[in-house]
Design a protein around this ligand. Structure first.
Ligand code: HEC
Length: 198
């Protein structure tokens, strides 16, 4: 796995998380882009406040991330979307292994243009991560996962399967970095004396 991207992401995460208190006044609400305002109506007050307190720049970034994914889920949750993404990743691996350029590029584009889950991404992030400093890493993760998937698709379209294959680790580096920051331990049990924790 490439360390080049991973390390700065982790660093960015650990350096900025706790110390910086983001001003959490709802004054930025009106400046939220239209789609985000719609999504906010579906949020409980706690999350809505956190989202309203984001800087206009960060709101614009999130809006851009949403807008670059034209497909919208009606009911699908982030976890379900993630499982779709994992299926696409596995489909790409299968296509690369069998020298199927068309399958590889189709699956990579489906991965890159995955559905936005019901309520948008932020609804599924831990509340304490919904702030300017933590969310600032999102574009880097998007570039690693979706940018690399699109490069993979282009390489496959050009018939360059070795180059296409080389992007698999860049994609997975982005998955792992985002999970380290925004996902807890998957499937922990409430019935263990010593539950796993991150
Ligand atoms: C923008 C950040 C982000 C990126 C990038 C990302 N994930 Fe996730 N992923 C999450 C979050 C947050 C969850 C937890 C969602 C929940 O449980 O509601 C999650 C959960 C999952 C799950 C569900 C099961 C589990 O372990 O919790 C799978 C499978 C998964 N991701 C696969 C992937 C794959 C494969 C990639 C890369 C191709 C990827 N993810 C990229 C944020 C991300």
């Amino acid at each position: 796995m490439k360390k080049a991207l991973f390390t700065p992401l982790i660093l960015a995460g650990s350096l900025v998380t706790s110390g910086l208190a983001v001003a959490e006044t709802p004054k930025n609400a009106a400046s939220a882009p239209a789609e985000m305002q719609q999504m906010m109506k579906t949020y409980k007050p706690e999350l809505r406040q956190k989202v309203m307190a984001l800087s206009p720049e960060l709101k614009a970034t999130i809006q851009k991330l949403h807008a670059s994914h034209p497909r919208r889920a009606k009911e699908t949750t982030l976890r379900q979307v993630m499982h779709e993404i994992l299926s696409e990743y596995q489909a790409i691996a299968s296509a690369l292994a069998t020298d199927n350029a068309e399958q590889a590029s189709d699956a990579a584009r489906r991965l890159a243009f995955h559905r936005i889950p019901k309520g948008g991404l932020l609804a599924y992030f831990p509340l304490d991560k919904v702030n300017d400093s933590d969310l600032a890493v999102l574009p880097a993760m998007n570039a690693a996962v979706e940018g690399s998937a699109l490069k993979l698709a282009d390489a496959a379209d050009a018939g360059d399967m070795p180059r296409a294959a080389s992007y698999m680790s860049d994609i997975m580096t982005g998955c792992v970095a985002c999970h380290q920051k925004f996902r807890g331990t998957p499937g922990i049990s409430a019935n263990l004396m010593t539950p796993l924790g991150k």
